[in-house]
Design a protein around this ligand. Sequence first.
Ligand SMILES: C[S@@+](CC[C@H](N)C(=O)[O-])C[C@H]1O[C@@H](n2cnc3c(N)ncnc32)[C@H](O)[C@@H]1O
Length: 313
Amino acid sequence: MPTAVSLFSGCGGSDAGIFNAGFEVLMANDVLAYAQAVYEHNHPETDYRLGDVSKIQHFPEAELLVGCYPCQGFSQGGVRDAGRKINTLYLEFARALNQIKPKAFIVENVSGMVRKNYAHLLQDQVKVFTDAGYNVSFQVLNASDFGVAQERKRIFIVGIREDFGIEYDFPQPTHGVLGGQPKTTIRDAIDGMPEWPEGEFYDLGFHWYYLSRNRRNEWGDQSKTIVANPRHMPLHPMSPPLEKLDQDVWRFQHDGPARRFSYREAAKLQGFGYLAFPEHKYGSLNMRYKVVGNAVPPPLFEAVARALPNIWN
Ligand SMILES: C[S@@+](CC[C@H](N)C(=O)[O-])C[C@H]1O[C@@H](n2cnc3c(N)ncnc32)[C@H](O)[C@@H]1O
């Protein structure tokens, strides 16, 4: 089994993908205690180191390095400040890359990174990874093209160590018009789950900002993007449809029960097979949503990992 080291591992979305692709994850790391608890509960065999990545001096040797450094600087939901320190965590990833020198690496981040304002940060990432000795490629992929019941566009940066002399080819869609198989729907992902799972969904009101856009898709559609902040979680399709009243003003078409997706439904819409949420002192409702919303959809990460050439023997 080829080995991997994972950074910015969260509750293990990306890593569930590489486990499924046949890798053994030797070490994982994150600063969030509840992310560690969920990860360890679901993958007890991995050495999960809790704490700031910059404090890790020695990383184990591995053939693959994966990491999804935080994206607040680039994401639509976050603070769009291209100079924020959080935008330089890729240098920690580069430090690990230079130390481990794996055969390949995979990075995932929000697609906002391709916007003009952030082009210099993307270019810098490509440069530091190239300088570390890798042939680097990047592409934006949509999770719904890979069997996930969600519209979620993310950028992937993949590098293969230059001594292999190989360029990485991104996977072709498996679902939708290009992929041939029908896209996975909200119904496919969450049908049969409890309609009203008390205590498992965020039930504060729908304020003006929430209703500044359409937050609901139909059972037969893919979900809108699952986010880490529960206040902005899309509506469950049992909720009445929303109609547009004015620019940035929407309202429910009629009265009736309405709620956001629960964190368990969010996990299904992210493409997790089964994800257990252990009881934990930091396992608040908000934290459960956060670790799920931060995750990379496992089937998408798996597709990217499986598209790596066979350089493991
Ligand atoms: C986009 S999320 C990663 C999601 C994860 N790969 C998954 O699929 O579940 C980014 C993660 O980086 C973590 N993080 C932020 N700053 C960090 C730091 N200095 N050291 C380690 N982890 C950090 C956050 O807590 C968050 O879980």
